[in-house]
Design a binder for this molecule. Structure first.
Ligand code: DAH
Length: 346
């Protein structure tokens, strides 16, 4: 008998009004089943009467529990039905909510935020600007010669390109933000410009027509190449770990003089040489240099009084090296199997 009572208590506990179709009628059926004249309680009470006296005390307690459980449940159901009628709705607010899958940041946003955080710690603020740019901000103010290949149709998506008109294009690099900031701000300037850039390239594992860059610019009195070098070293260690070493190779960009490219010691093989660093122990990371005096002057900053450094890096490449992503196309395909791998990085 004890087991029977326990079984009924469990049944009462597990009965949910949400599963009833015709609620009022089924609540009544439930009541009759347990508390009706020929119901469970009545039947058990008959059995109880026939028990030997020494078992009666225990069983009486159990029976009372069952009755209390059934009565409370009927009460709860009736209230529920009443309330649903009053409010015209029938939601049980005490039910656990449905599982809502949580989204996560895209790995490019994560890496871009990380770069911004690293520069923020040494006083750089974030500037954002337009993605459709004119020739001046994209090329001319940045000291690009008129016949420079970067202006070519092959690289640039032109929005407007008519003889005698200002050329307008999707920006091919975030260096254009340097110009916009220098034209509107007086030194000291210490900014980074993260954003999307566009180039007319065939899409492959190693190239894409849309990608992201972060540009950094520091202009003040007496900014030197040593400041640039120290900033680069700090950035590389923060981004890729304390053991990271850097090296600078002379290079050329129209808007910096002198210009350099920075490599970091390969974080995959630790500098020994592997297929990622092509056996060299070094990975190419970014372009940089001292802002060309022509650029400062073009933007209304006196190059006799001020100097500056600039650098620019590709976010996709940073993420590739940090998370060993082998194919650029993965970033834009929105394949959940790829995206979910980064759920836990913030
Ligand atoms: N704008 C260059 C590019 O898109 C990257 C770059 C190189 C930016 C050197 C700079 C720099 O600020 O100093 O390839």
């Amino acid at each position: 008998m004890k087991e029977t009572i326990a079984k009924y208590i469990e049944e009462i506990r597990a009965t949910r009004i949400e599963e009833f179709k015709d609620r009022a009628a089924e609540v009544e059926q439930f009541r009759i089943k347990f508390l009706g004249r020929k119901g469970v309680m009545a039947e058990l009470f008959e059995q109880f009467k026939a028990l030997p006296n020494e078992q009666k005390k225990d069983m009486g307690v159990a029976l009372n529990q069952l009755k209390a459980a059934a009565t409370a449940k009927v009460e709860e159901f009736k209230n529920f039905v009443e309330q649903a009628e009053e409010t015209g709705e029938s939601h049980d607010l005490t039910l656990p909510s449905d599982f809502a899958p949580r989204g996560s940041r895209h790995v490019l946003s994560v890496v871009m935020n990380e770069i911004a955080d690293i520069f923020a710690r040494i006083g750089f603020t974030v500037e954002e600007s337009v993605e459709i740019e004119d020739d001046w901000h994209l090329f001319s103010a940045l000291n690009f010669p008129h016949d420079h290949p970067a202006r070519d149709m092959q690289d640039t998506f032109f929005v407007e390109k008519e003889e005698g008109k200002t050329e307008v294009a999707l920006r091919t690099h975030t260096s254009s933000v340097q110009v916009r900031v220098m034209e509107t701000h007086k030194p000291p300037i210490r900014i980074i410009a993260p954003g999307r850039v566009f180039r007319n390239e065939a899409i492959s594992a190693r190239a894409h027509c849309i990608f992201h860059q972060v540009e950094a610019l520091y202009v003040d009195r007496k900014v030197t190449f040593a400041d640039l070098k120290q900033t680069l070293l700090y950035f590389a260690k923060e981004m890729f770990g304390e053991q990271t070493q850097i090296r600078l190779r002379p290079s050329y960009f129209p808007f910096t003089e002198p210009s350099a490219e920075m490599d970091i010691s390969c974080n995959i093989c630790g500098g020994k040489g592997c297929n990622i660093c092509k056996g060299t122990g070094w990975l190419e990371i970014l372009g940089c240099g001292m802002v060309d005096p022509n650029v400062l002057d073009a933007c209304g900053i006196d190059s006799k009084e001020f100097t500056g450094f600039a650098l620019g890096m590709g976010v996709e490449r940073m993420a590739m090296l940090k998370y060993q992503i082998r194919d650029l196309r993965l970033y834009f395909e929105n394949d959940l199997r790829f995206l979910h791998q980064f759920d836990n990085i913030i």
